[in-house]
Design a protein around this ligand. Structure first.
Ligand code: NAP
Length: 320
């Protein structure tokens, strides 16, 4: 009998075809009603799952009897209840590295857009307000040779730092759970406390994973420590920032601007952020290019198949 795989988000057609050739594949379809009920029903006799962007925990996995692996098409794994997966002896796989450069590109896009008012100036130009030469109201911030503070010098944080150092001659400061001398040395990056980073950086980019310690890492107290011309970029997870405190900091010009790809609650449908000109909002598209999304799906497929065929996947979040 073929093994059963539950696909819990949209999957590239090419990967779906490969899966269907090997396994009994069931796709969760939001158009068919309550997604969690569908998962609970389908996971009962499933051997593997693949997908992204869904909270998976006891509520929708408790019926699983022989589930061996969940293969996430993402590097972040805050959507999954790792303790519960460990209890049920389910491996969680993820897709690091293949999305690093693409996500770093987007972080820099946000940094530059926020620093130079790209989104608001685009609307301003298109609405016919460019009547004469621009005034100081349209001025942005210089980027070249400024101080770039990276919070979380992991794979993506380091790729962002490389862009700043090699492309824009920036001084790199970083704060991380552990010092990273091997990365820091090549970029002349200086390790500092969170407070020092916030006080001295012109640009602050958040690239930590979401965990107990990084939740609400940046709140009112931290915004108060930043410079008035600071630009904050978040490509990590929305909950690393206290969004209310960020809105207050933007409204009161405590900081110059922000560039956001992620939010406390996604999708972001209603928010005070929409009323603010000094924030660039993107819909969680850090890794969203055709090439990178395919590479992520291929890697997730390889991880899944490795486990289902009795092997060891390349990337396991909870190996023990
Ligand atoms: P990574 O290599 O694991 O890097 C995460 C870094 O954050 C690590 O260096 C880690 O330090 C550090 N860190 C964690 N908690 C911290 C804390 N409380 N204070 C200081 N540093 C802390 O992961 P990555 O591949 O760079 O990805 C980072 C995150 O970006 C992902 O987890 C995901 O949430 C997010 N992401 C978003 C998108 C998007 O579409 N916007 C795309 C990809 C990834 P140690 O290693 O020293 O513990």
């Amino acid at each position: 009998m073929k093994k059963k795989v539950v696909v819990f988000s949209q999957l590239d057609r090419r990967i779906l075809d490969k899966l269907q050739a090997q396994y009994h594949v069931v796709e969760i379809n939001p158009k068919l009603g309550d997604v969690n009920q569908q998962i609970l029903q389908e996971v009962k006799d499933a051997d593997g799952m693949i997908g992204a962007g869904r909270l998976l925990n006891q509520d929708n996995l408790s019926s699983a009897t022989k589930l061996k692996v969940i293969s996430s098409i993402s590097v972040g794994y805050d959507n999954y209840d790792i303790n519960y997966l460990n209890e049920k002896k389910i491996w969680l796989c993820n897709t690091p590295h293949v999305l690093t450069e693409t996500t770093a590109d987007l972080a820099f896009t946000l940094l530059m857009s926020a620093a130079r008012n790209v989104a608001s100036l685009d609307s301003w130009t298109k609405s016919g307000q460019w009547a004469r030469t621009v005034s100081s109201l349209q001025f942005g911030q210089d980027i070249f040779a400024k101080k770039l503070g990276i919070i979380g010098l992991g794979n993506i944080g380091a790729a962002i730092a490389r862009r700043g150092f090699y492309g824009f001659n920036m001084d790199i400061l970083y704060h991380n759970r552990h010092e990273k001398p091997e990365i820091a040395q090549s970029l002349n990056a200086q390790y500092c406390s969170l407070t020092e980073l916030l006080q001295y950086s012109d640009f602050i980019v958040i690239a930590v994973d979401l965990n107990q310690e990084s939740k609400a890492l940046i709140g009112a107290e931290q915004f108060a420590q930043m410079q008035k011309h600071a630009v904050v970029v978040n490509i990590a997870r929305g909950s690393v920032i206290d969004e209310k405190a960020l809105i207050h900091a933007l409204k009161t010009n405590q900081i110059f601007a922000a560039g956001l790809d992620v939010y406390e609650k996604e999708p972001l449908q209603e928010s005070e952020l929409f009323q603010l000109k000094n924030v660039v909002t993107l819909p969680h598209v850090g890794s969203a290019t055709a090439e990178t999304r395919l590479k992520m799906a291929e890697l997730a497929y390889a991880n899944l198949v490795a486990v289902l065929e009795g092997g060891i996947p390349k990337y396991i979040v909870n190996p023990s």
